[in-house]
Design a protein around this ligand. Structure first.
Ligand code: ADP
Ligand code: MG
Length: 545
């Protein structure tokens, strides 16, 4: 075999394949160009998940005829000139290959104007071949239309996913750029729907709320750090909102990047080994400290080693979290209640759910200063005042943590199995979670046509009825994607004592003991508060003392 020099054309094709891999990589390049052109509004229109058409319109600085002609040539860029420039990139683009690569694999129309006269120019190419260049009407800014991606490379077109999958990738991508550029208006629609309609916001926080909603924002802490050679704004899930499959989105100088070592580092921030926080990191540093030129699509970056990332960042976050999570009041309360438990020599004696049994032994330890209010709340007297505990949320939390810590329990067989007939949607929900049930210790037999028989239940559940099971299945049915953690939450919820259940002092004492043996007793698995304190100081204030 003879080593031959590859033809220019072939080299271009290979490079194009690296930059442009699917519709979302086209959208990425076009959004980056619009942002580099100083756009304040970016509107994106898609057909067929971007496979038939992608149009990105901006109000940036635009191009004149000469720039327009140059923009689609290989390795032409207005952004850098010298090798040294590569060391301090302040724009998204710098390789000058995106428009050229896109033109090679699609039908590309670019309309642009750099003035307020509404007169501009358009250039049209097919498979990289220039078809026309002529004046057109266009407001200041640029509109790029990419039709039939890979029409000229059928082999690649075959690798495209379904329209809905391609659309999903694009929505995720646009969301990222919208997050790191909150001052820019983003509008995304396809043939059917308006998918994103984001008005300019003044901060990352406002943009997060705009995209994910205010309720979600309440699940996050915001942390800021300003150091001499870097700064960041970071959002991280509060400890009561950890997830099995969390979201991690990182930006450096507004550019999204992917880095496994960052993901791993943030996953160790809380001591939970099974659930992890969502993290949004907006990192800023001197462009000379980071190399953006290490990946064909610039999805990964390389930080100068003297920054010691991610370690430095995670340490800073850990320090700041300590103040937030372990708010002084909570620590004091835990110490206080644990003190009471110890002083009164109150060892835990009941098994979970045993309180529901009729024949409760009479010689159980009991804390006298505990009462039940309206068969709903447990009132506890402690050093600083009163503690009001929601009996259902508390028990739910206790069971949930118990499930999480073991995930496998002995099965208690029931003398009279529970027989159930499930509707088709209920039955299909059941089929999806039956392995999770089985792993926990449920013993369920499938009969026929959606008929099932529950023959055994895990030992931690003492009271479980037909109604509980139906409710449980219906809760699970509502979920789009079934995750074991959510199933555990529902099981904990359905097998916990309810509002309206009458509790004896022994039972309430036991809940108190169980609850305060947990690391964080303050929130139930659904994120609702488990208790409220009313201190003597607060009462004094109310009475004007
Ligand atoms: P790069 O972004 O790496 O410079 P591109 O191929 O993406 O390379 O774009 C080539 C050039 O075309 C850019 O440097 C810029 O001058 C011009 N250009 C591309 N898109 C736009 C746009 N939306 N508005 C203004 N100029 C643009
Ligand atoms: Mg570019």
């Amino acid at each position: 075999m003879k080593v031959k020099k590859l033809s220019k054309e072939l080299i271009y094709r290979i490079r194009a394949g690296e930059v442009i891999e699917d519709p979302s990589s086209v959208v990425k390049e076009l959004i980056e160009n619009s942002l580099d052109a100083g756009a304040k509004r970016i509107h994106i229109y898609l057909e067929d998940g971007g496979k038939r058409l992608i149009e990105v319109k901006d109000d940036g600085e635009g191009m004149d005829e000469e720039d327009l002609t140059l923009s689609v040539l290989p390795f032409t860029s207005s952004k850098i000139e010298k090798v040294e420039d590569l060391k301090k990139i302040t724009t998204y683009g710098f390789r000058g290959e995106a428009l050229f690569a896109i033109s090679k694999v699609s039908r590309l129309l670019i309309k642009s104007s750099n003035n307020e006269s509404f007169i501009g120019n358009e250039i049209y190419l097919e498979g990289g071949e220039r078809i026309h260049l002529r004046p057109c009407y266009h407001p200041k800014g640029t509109t790029v239309t990419v039709k039939e991606i890979f029409y000229s490379v059928p082999a690649r077109r075959k690798f495209l996913k379904s329209s809905s999958q391609e659309l999903k990738k694009i929505v995720e991508l646009v969301t990222k750029y919208a997050l790191s550029n909150p001052e820019v208006e983003f509008f995304l629609k396809n043939e059917r729907d308006i998918i994103l309609d984001l008005k300019p916001s003044s901060s990352f926080k406002d943009r997060l709320a705009e995209i994910f909603g205010n309720d979600y924002l309440k699940e996050l802490y915001e942390i800021e750090e300003n150091k001499k050679n870097y700064s960041f704004t970071l959002f991280i899930s509060k400890p009561e909102f950890l997830k099995e499959s969390p979201v991690k989105i990182f930006f450096v100088n507004k550019r999204p990047f992917y880095d496994n070592s960052f993901i791993r580092a943030f996953n160790t921030i809380y001591s939970d080994k099974l659930r992890y926080p969502d993290v949004f990191l907006f990192l800023f540093l001197n462009p000379e400290e980071v190399d953006f030129n290490v990946h064909p699509q610039k999805l990964q970056v390389k930080f100068s080693s003297k920054l010691s990332f991610p370690h430095k960042i995670v340490e800073a976050v850990r320090r700041k979290l300590k103040d937030k999570v372990l708010d002084k009041n909570k620590v004091e309360l835990i110490t206080n209640i644990r003190g009471i438990i110890k002083q009164n020599e109150l060892p835990r004696q009941l098994e979970f759910g045993e309180m529901a049994k009729e024949e409760i032994k009479s010689n159980l330890p009991v804390y006298e200063d505990i009462w039940q209010l309206e068969n709903t709340y447990i009132i506890v007297k402690f050093e600083k005042g009163l503690l009001v505990i929601d009996q259902h949320n508390a028990h739910e939390k206790i069971i949930y943590e118990k499930i999480l810590s073991k995930r496998k329990f002995k099965t208690n067989f029931i003398a009279f199995p529970i027989f159930l007939k499930l509707s088709p949607p209920e039955f299909s929900a059941y089929r999806e979670v039956k392995d999770v049930f089985k792993d926990l210790g449920f013993e369920i037999r499938e009969l026929k046509d959606g008929e099932i028989q529950i023959e055994g239940i895990p030992e931690f559940i003492k009271k479980f009825t037909k109604e509980n099971f139906i409710e449980l299945i219906n809760e699970i049915k509502k979920e789009r994607k079934i995750e074991p953690l959510n199933v555990y939450k529902e099981i904990a919820c359905k097998s916990a004592i309810k509002m309206g259940d009458v509790l004896k002092k022994e039972e309430m004492t036991n809940i108190l003991i169980e609850l305060f043996s947990l690391e964080d007793p303050f929130f139930c698995p659904h994120g609702r508060p488990v208790m409220v304190q009313i201190t003597k100081d607060e009462l004094d204030k109310k009475f004007g003392r």
